[in-house]
Design a protein. Structure first.
Length: 421
């Protein structure tokens, strides 16, 4: 009995040991923290675009100078389109602010004051005509702004001691008629006029040109038989035309802006006056309005010009193509004033890129010493902003004008005497 109990006790002990061994937990590993993603790299914020370069202008978009003023606006706009399409100026887009001065001096002065002091434009460019350039360039000078301008070349533009003004045409306005007077003086005796008349608007530009005409022709022994100055608002030229017709000068010289060139020619037709030679300042170089204004009476009329559509000058083909894309029409109908305003942009752009900034003091210094490639040819300026070149001579032949001088740039022979109106 005792042996049975002992065996039972041993069996129970062994069983207990087995149970303990089976119940012992295996060593546990330290809990592993769930994996976390590395924080994403933060992208640097995109750099803010450079602010535009703001350029301001006041132009005669209405009033008696609206036709060339509108053409100048188109020239500025074509230049800005080309610049911006090619990356801008100093890597910044160009933003034009162009306002209408209604052909009024006081309005133009107030416009430039506002553009500079309120709108805070970086640069300014000029208006159209010496009449508007003279007072507005004073505003620009007062604030130290460079003033490159497309159509203000009268003597009074340059004789005031300003150093911030730059006339972006081949020569000063007072020299506009030199190609014509040189041509007249060189004519054979049987074609050279013996007498001439001058009929001019009271405008700084036209009067400056007429002074040059009279100086040259008088010195050549050609007699001045009539000299008349009329107010800018004049529209009726009948009484003047009658006086001219009575004197019947061989040559008529008109100091005109546009509408008055048309008005003079119509009045001469009505008065029965037929000159053997005829020269007008602004008017014949604006193909569409001049042709529309006088019809076939354009034939044989002379004028001076700084540019023509087929010129093989810097960026000219680009300018013509962009103009036609933006405004339509035909290349032969593009006004000279478009090209002159585009030239302003070219000159200013090259000066800015050379200086590397829009600092006006630095630009004025560069404009006085640089030579600039433009659609009217290379330009450089003297100490008061006079350009150092010459104009071309045009003559209307058929439906359009031809470049007839000087000799090295002529594309056709001039017609003398002038065909009938």
């Amino acid at each position: 009995m005792k042996s049975k109990i002992l065996k039972l006790m041993i069996s129970m002990a062994i069983f207990s040991l087995l149970i303990t061994a089976c119940g012992s937990a295996a060593p546990t590993e330290a809990p592993v923290a769930p994996a976390t993603e590395a924080p994403a790299a933060t992208e640097a914020p995109a750099a803010a675009p450079e602010p535009p370069i703001k350029i301001g202008a006041s132009l005669p978009l209405t009033g008696d100078k609206s036709e060339p003023g509108t053409a100048a606006k188109q020239g500025y706009e074509v230049w800005a389109e080309i610049v911006n399409a090619n990356g801008g100026l100093l890597g910044r887009q160009v933003e034009l602010t162009i306002v209408d001065n209604a052909s009024d001096q006081d309005t133009a002065v107030a416009d430039y004051e506002k553009l500079i002091t309120v709108d805070k434009v970086d640069l300014v460019v000029g208006p159209f005509s010496s009449f508007l350039v003279i007072p507005t360039s004073e505003v620009a000078a007062r604030y130290g702004y460079a003033f490159v301008e497309p159509a203000g070349g009268a003597p009074d533009v340059f004789n005031r001691g300003l150093t911030n003004i730059f006339f972006a045409q081949p020569a000063p306005g007072s020299e506009q008629a030199i190609p014509f007077t040189d041509f007249v003086i060189a004519l054979p005796d049987d074609q050279k006029p013996k007498t001439y008349a001058v009929v001019s608007q009271d405008d700084p530009f036209t009067l400056g040109v007429m002074d040059g005409v009279k100086l040259a022709l008088n010195a050549a022994g050609i007699e001045l038989v009539f000299d008349e100055i009329y107010a800018p608002e004049t529209t009726d030229f009948s009484s003047i035309a009658i006086q001219v017709a009575d004197l019947d000068p061989d040559l008529i010289v008109g100091g005109t802006v546009l509408e008055d060139s048309v008005g003079q020619i119509r009045a001469y037709q009505e008065a029965g006056y037929q000159p053997r030679l005829a020269f007008f300042t602004t008017g014949p170089s604006l193909p569409v309005p001049f042709r529309e204004g006088v019809g076939s009476a354009t034939e044989g009329v002379f004028a001076s010009i700084s540019w023509f559509p087929e010129a093989e000058e810097f960026q000219n083909a680009d300018m013509v193509a962009k103009y036609l894309e933006m405004f339509g029409g035909n290349a032969g109908d593009i006004a000279e004033d478009v090209a002159n305003a585009f030239t302003v942009g070219q000159v200013l752009q090259q000066a800015v890129e050379t200086v590397g900034s829009v600092d006006n003091a630095a630009l004025i210094e560069e404009l006085h010493k640089g030579t600039f490639q433009t659609v009217v040819g290379p330009l450089s300026f003297d100490e008061v902003g006079r350009p150092q070149g010459t104009f071309m001579l045009l003559q209307w032949q058929g439906d359009s004008f031809e470049i007839v001088g000087p000799g090295d740039r002529a594309r056709a022979e001039p017609i003398v005497p002038k065909p009938g109106w």
